[in-house]
Design a protein around this ligand. Structure first.
Ligand SMILES: [Zn+2]
Length: 308
């Protein structure tokens, strides 16, 4: 069976002001890099409001819909903008992860990658921030737990920024283990090691500026992977941000493309041991277009190698 690729052209209709790092060209580069790969290409549906209600209150969802401008931009916070296509893009992004979970748990695909934007891991229950509108990764976890009846789901977030939104949404969810590594100090400032969740199901791994591949691998091997194996998830969700890459302009970690391949291969190995290889990965950050395209391709190629 092939790795599934979920995306939708609507994700290119979420436009940001000139010079904004989270731009349409990111997804264009990602899709171009994935074009030659033999993937099961699947159109992302629009999320249903009932899906979004698993993570956001109705008033927040309504606010997002009503904030969408007819033309030009609406500024939601210091660095989060919406254009006319943003609501559709956000509903496709959320719909992609829900469908990906359905496919992987339904046996239609061994694993899946969602090439979507806007990203999601900074969106808190009632707060859009950091280019994110809906909490895609947390939604994937809640959908797997509440709709499919799983008992344990893990989210691994290797984006260079702290997944504060996913942490907020899963803070008191004892059925979900969140493992998130991030450069510290760096925006948004949260993600200290002593932030461990209401039920000790959050593992924060702060990394100093300049952290390269060897130190990252050691941190994952000594902290993340043992926790993951002990938790025994039935599904692994990856918040795949590629802004820890050495070429990324927004942060100062020094991971190579090979490091992203390594971490993906290791997660595939663990998923194979624990949960029949079931992984749903969703795109978060990554702001150097070439590094983003190359690292995403390396990530998806590892998912493909693990698919059977
Ligand atoms: Zn990021």
């Amino acid at each position: 069976m092939k790795t599934a690729l979920l995306t939708h052209a609507d994700c290119l209709r979420h436009v940001t002001p000139d010079g904004h790092p989270e731009r349409v060209a990111r997804l264009e580069h990602v899709l171009h890099a994935l074009e030659p790969l033999d993937l099961r290409r699947t159109t992302a549906p629009l999320a249903a409001d009932d899906d979004l209600l698993r993570i956001h209150p109705e008033s927040y969802i309504r606010d997002i819909r009503e904030s969408c401008p007819i033309d030009g931009f609406a500024q939601i916070d210091g660095d989060t903008f919406m254009s006319a296509g943003s609501v559709d893009a956000a509903y496709r992004a959320a719909g992609a992860v829900v469908r990906a979970v359905d496919m992987v748990l339904g046996g239609e695909a061994p694993n899946a990658f969602c090439a979507i934007r806007p990203p999601g891991h900074h969106a808190e229950s009632e707060t859009a921030m950091g280019f994110c509108l809906f909490g895609n990764a947390a939604l994937a976890a809640k959908h797997a737990l509440d709709h499919h009846g799983l008992n344990r789901v893990a989210v691994v977030d290797f984006d260079v920024h702290h997944g504060n939104g996913t942490q907020d949404l899963l803070w008191d969810e004892r059925r979900a283990l969140l493992i998130t590594s991030q450069q510290m100090p760096l925006w948004p400032g949260s993600g200290r090691a002593d932030e461990t969740g209401a039920f000790e199901t959050v593992l924060n791994i702060p990394l100093s500026p300049g952290t390269g591949g060897a130190e990252m691998r050691a941190a994952y091997e000594t902290q993340a992977f043992p926790r993951l194996r002990a938790f025994k998830p039935e599904l692994i969700i990856i918040s795949a941000g590629f802004d820890a890459h050495q070429d990324d302009p927004l942060a100062n970690l020094n991971w190579s493309t090979g490091d992203f391949a390594w971490i993906t291969a290791e997660l595939c190995k663990i998923a194979d041991e624990l949960c029949d290889g079931r992984i749903v990965s969703t795109l978060e950050g990554g702001y150097d277009l070439n590094a983003l395209a190359e690292a995403t391709r390396a990530h998806v190629e590892e998912l493909m190698k693990a698919a059977r």
